[in-house]
Ligand binder design. Sequence first.
Ligand code: HEM
Length: 154
Amino acid sequence: AAYTPEQAQLVKSTWQLLKKDAGKNGLTLFLKVFEIAPSAAELFSFLKDSPIPLEQNPQLKAHALTVFKLVGDAAAQLGEKGGLDALQATLVDLGVSHYSYGVVNEHFDVVKFCLLQTIQEGLPELWSPELKAAWAQAYDELTGVIKEVMKGQK
Ligand code: HEM
């Protein structure tokens, strides 16, 4: 399905709101991920054997923020001509690095579910099926490229 300018606008405007609390939203996202998939924490070098509680780990917060930011930025770009072209090189790098970390497609599925839940909880009054679909599609297109690269690494 095509990504419409309306969908891009919807994500762009809500991303502006979520950004104000990007640190907290990012952290909420990954705390949910580790609730569903605790073993995923073992993939992160800075979480393994770390005495710092998850919710206080600055590196986890940084990763969480990156994920949020890239999906938000991707959505904005998807509404423009050229789509994800500007992000292509970044996505290839992410595919290569994430394959080497041992990240698999299912991890991306869990992160998607948790991302949408985090947005719903962060913006309950703006939540709608359209908003959900717009974020979901931006995430799918972005991670679709990463997954393709990961597949090629095998
Ligand atoms: C590292 C972004 C999804 C696990 C990183 C880095 C970035 C990044 C920028 C640091 C640079 C690099 O190594 O390439 C993203 C984005 C994602 C995403 C944008 C989705 C849109 C995931 C998922 C997992 C994951 C689903 C697994 C649950 C990791 C791990 C590292 C990492 C284990 C290395 C951490 C360490 O230093 O030990 N990610 N990531 N990422 N990411 Fe992701």
